[in-house]
Design a protein around this ligand. Sequence first.
Ligand code: DSN
Length: 431
Amino acid sequence: MDTRPSVQTGDFTAKPALRATDPDVAALLDEELERQEDTLELIPSENIASVAVLEALGSWLNNKYAEGVPGKRYYGGCEVVDKVENLARDRAKALFGAEHANVQPHSGTEANMAVYASVLTPGDKVLGMALDQGGHLSHGSPVSFSGKIYHFEPYFVDETTGILDMDSVRERALEFRPKMIVAGYSSYPRILDFAAFAEIAREADAYLMVDMAHFAGLVAGGAHPSPVPHADFVTFTTHKTMRGPWGGAILCRAEHADQVDKAVCPNVQGGPQMHAIAAKAVMFKQCAQPEFRDYAQAVVSNAKAMAAGLLRRGLELTTGGTDNHLMVIDLRPTGLRGRQVQAAFDEVGVTVNANAFPGHGGTPYNPNGIRLGSPSVTSRGMGEAEMDEIAGLVARMLGGFDDPAVRAEVQEGSRALCRRFPLPYRGASTA
Ligand code: DSN
């Protein structure tokens, strides 16, 4: 099974105009490419966009202003970009079986902001998963617009198992009576029960918004249950497991289409990025191909293989493992802290991120966990055997943290894997 992103002939890294015009930026692009080529990217929210996606992104659609929606724009000259946006919207709807799609949000946070603005007024009550429980900043954190504008209250995972207890979500919802319930996460390694969330939302007379930013690609590829039939609104990002351009999108029932479109523009955003929307259209097409189903399945089986490898080597994972594409190592038994571990891994060509988990005991900046995931390494074509190798490198590093010989060994192992599984940008890739 080949899980790499796309057809590539020629060298996408040539960039002759950029090199002639601005050697400084060209050199930084080269430097970052080299970093990505020589790094095992284990941050679960990062991925490798296909050359086709990047070609659409780096196009002259960048030059067009198009406030509004297809057929109803504020500016002239939108007849072609209307077709582009309709293509992207139709493909998104078909891919997820949704009644309406808005593909303009510049990011997942802006997609969430627009959904809140579409049916909530400032001060309205919302129930969401707090950041330290695995949620996202835009799910009510006091340092985010969400927590400043709306009255968010958190629901909690079970302290012992780390698993979300739907009875306690129901209790919180019936007691708090929110106008909206937000389901979704940035670092929860299990599958959410969307039917139960929908039932609770109905009981509490609340809207249900599912933020599938992290797992949208798994849903698209049939490797994860879909929240679309259960939720009033579904938001997602396009650059994580979907392997597309940086950005966001919203799906909703037809009855909310107009409110959502107006909330995106002119409420939250101005002009849409038409080059990004073209790249999203390409991504939706790629996500609908049979190969993408293989990719999505491999992301999940690879994450499980990585988790099993870590557990077998004595490391502790929150909730005891994973059902999706990510996992969180509880560092407390190692005596190490997230920030130092993240920095040390950077030095040996492995990227992870320091991450909180319920009851981690650290600070938000220096939590006692690190988050790992399989999307990017799966896009390089790696399989379960390589996941076990990666688990071995991670365990060796944590076990011999201060030993320069161990670090050298991990760096060598990581570099060797990267060389065996190159990025698709220098040509010669047929996947
Ligand atoms: N920063 C993203 C993540 O890493 O999960 C969420 O926005």
